[in-house]
Design a protein around this ligand. Structure first.
Ligand SMILES: NC(=O)C1=CN([C@@H]2O[C@H](COP(=O)(O)OP(=O)(O)OC[C@H]3O[C@@H](n4cnc5c(N)ncnc54)[C@H](OP(=O)(O)O)[C@@H]3O)[C@@H](O)[C@H]2O)[C@H](O)CC1
Ligand SMILES: [K+]
Length: 508
């Protein structure tokens, strides 16, 4: 699914009005109807609704929603927030319609003191500002937003299109923004919803289709995307009937050190369960029995060192060297010993195909930044935010960090995956994809090691790096969602994610 900017959404609006054709007032009615139908399904008519309406079209939506609620027997009051003397044409038209039918339903708010006292457990609808907000809310309106956020603790707050105060395409981290429990947004995700700085402000996000013109939606190029099941069906390649284990590649996994062999086991198992043809694990000597017993389908080569790895190239017969491997996954539980760092430097000299670098491989790179440009083009890096910051530095806010992520992916010609609730995957061509699967149960030790195993597996099987990163991250989250549904977010572990990889493949 594409993510459009506020400007593109306005263009989509105008294109739909011109080409469907439909009047802007009818399009607003469609948007309001989509919201009202969602509200009818989720709230009963005993709850009083207070709809805070701004002077623009977001407010127009709110006025239309008020009328539709009243038409369906709900108790609803439109509180018109006079932040400006100018009302938009569709706001004015909807105010008139409401006044004609329900003259008692309108209440004017021109100062914080005008806020009505709300009965317990009211539903507050925030239709003050949407995509038309240009900058931070100031003055008495900022006070009103704070007041609404106080009320949010005792009432349910539903934002229309965007929580008021939130900018769709730029940071509003330090601005007054409504804290919604639910956001009902139109047609497409807004970039702001996908970044951690807004996690506490959007609540659950529901995207409601309002019939914007499909030609505009399909033909307009965008830089940001959200992955979905449809996209995965175009990427996934079912196994061939005459396949043998050589068809699906031989991967090398360099992982584990004394006390961290679990990371290597999790990565190896995930790699095998994601369909690799052959897997060799390179581990220190202390890890030999651990790998052989926990992952019997994998082969195991040991380093000359007992507790950490320092001679990765020994895992390859001299004739073809490391090139015999279709790809290499390196990092989980590896440690950052000087000998390991030296070995990573040699590995980057010898192996020039796309590989997967995670965890301690990234920590080594943050200590030896000259290694960064030596990573083969097309490789996949999977940092969590702290690892990302150690390598690339800090940013003022999540939008700035997203730009940094994308810039680095382009200049280094790498796929950089920044882990989070909506993992952001930056591509060398400047595109950024946000993963849509996964849940907070996956915020647990070993979950990242599982992802490294899956990505290594898909690269080994011949998926192109972009396909591997999109499909691998989606499968990882989907397996996590299946695990959470089976045993709860609390009880699931990284091993549960591996156990659910099979059902995740079956759902593709
Ligand atoms: N295609 C769609 O998705 C549809 C969306 N709809 C709804 O329309 C809004 C966007 O409406 P728009 O009128 O463009 O903008 P808003 O209502 O969000 O905001 C405009 C008002 O906000 C004032 N404003 C702007 N910045 C500030 C600020 N920093 N401080 C205070 N006030 C601000 C602006 O005031 P002016 O004095 O400048 O006029 C406007 O009053 C979208 O979000 C959807 O909810 C359609 O209903 C259907 C199609
Ligand atoms: K809003």
């Amino acid at each position: 699914m594409k993510i459009f900017t506020a400007t593109q959404i306005r263009e989509a609006d105008a294109y739909t009005i011109q080409h469907e054709p439909i009047s802007s007032l009818q399009l607003m009615e469609r948007a309001a109807t989509a919201c009202a139908q969602w509200l009818f399904r989720h709230f009963d008519a005993r709850k009083p609704f207070y709809i805070f309406c701004g002077m623009g079209n977001n407010g127009g939506d709110g006025l239309a929603i008020t009328r539709l609620l009243l038409n369906n027997g709900y108790k609803a009051t439109a509180c018109i927030v006079h932040h400006s003397n100018k009302a938009s044409a569709d706001h004015t038209a909807n105010r008139q319609l409401l006044e004609q039918q329900y003259p008692q339903s309108i209440y004017d708010v021109a100062a914080v003191a005008d806020l009505p006292t709300l009965p317990p457990k009211s539903i507050i609808i925030d239709a003050i500002f949407g995509t038309g907000l240009r900058s931070a809310i100031e003055g008495w309106m900022a006070g009103l937003i704070h007041q609404l956020n106080d009320l949010q603790t005792r009432h349910t707050l539903v934002a229309i299109d965007l929580p008021s105060g939130m900018l769709a395409d730029a940071s509003s981290a330090h601005m007054p923004v409504v804290h919604a429990s639910i956001t009902l947004s139109f047609e497409v995700y807004k970039l702001a919803f996908l970044l951690p700085e807004n996690a506490a402000r959007t609540g659950q996000v529901h995207i409601l289709p309002i019939g914007l013109h499909p030609d505009y939606l399909t033909q307009t190029p965008t830089r940001f995307h959200v992955t979905d099941a449809h996209m995965m069906r175009t990427i996934y390649q079912p196994r061939q009937p005459f396949a043998h284990k050589g068809t699906y590649g031989h991967a090398l996994l360099v992982a584990g050190s004394y006390g961290k062999m679990g990371a290597a086991v999790l990565s190896a198992k995930a790699c095998l369960h994601a369909g690799v043809g052959l897997l060799t694990c390179h581990v220190p000597q202390c890890g030999y029995q651990i790998i052989q017993i926990s992952a019997p389908s994998a082969m195991c080569v040991t380093d000359i060192q007992e507790t950490y790895s320092s001679h990765f190239h020994e895992s390859a017969p001299q004739t073809r060297g490391l090139q015999q491997y279709k790809t290499i996954g390196i990092g989980p539980g590896l440690g950052t010993a000087t000998g390991t760092a030296k070995a990573l430097e040699q590995l980057l000299e010898q192996y020039r195909q796309p590989m997967v670098l995670d965890a301690d491989a990234l920590n080594i790179i943050s200590e030896y930044p000259f290694l960064l440009p030596r990573i083969p083009h097309g490789s996949l890096l999977t940092p969590h935010p702290k690892e990302f910051e150690r390598i690339f530095g800090s940013s003022d806010n999540d939008f700035a960090r997203l730009e940094l992520l994308s810039r680095q992916a382009v200049s280094l010609q790498l796929y950089i995956l920044l882990k989070g609730r909506f993992t952001a995957m930056a591509c060398p061509d400047g595109a950024v994809y946000f993963n849509s699967t996964g849940n907070p149960g996956m915020a647990t030790g070993g979950s990242g090691d599982v992802l490294t195993g899956i990505l290594t597996s898909l690269l080994a099987q011949g998926y192109a790096p972009k396909a591997a990163i999109l499909l691998g991250t989606y499968l990882h989250g989907l397996a996590g969602d299946i695990a959470a549904a089976r045993m709860s977010q609390e009880a699931m572990t990284a091993e549960s994610i591996i156990d659910c990889l099979g059902p995740a493949f079956l759902q593709l």
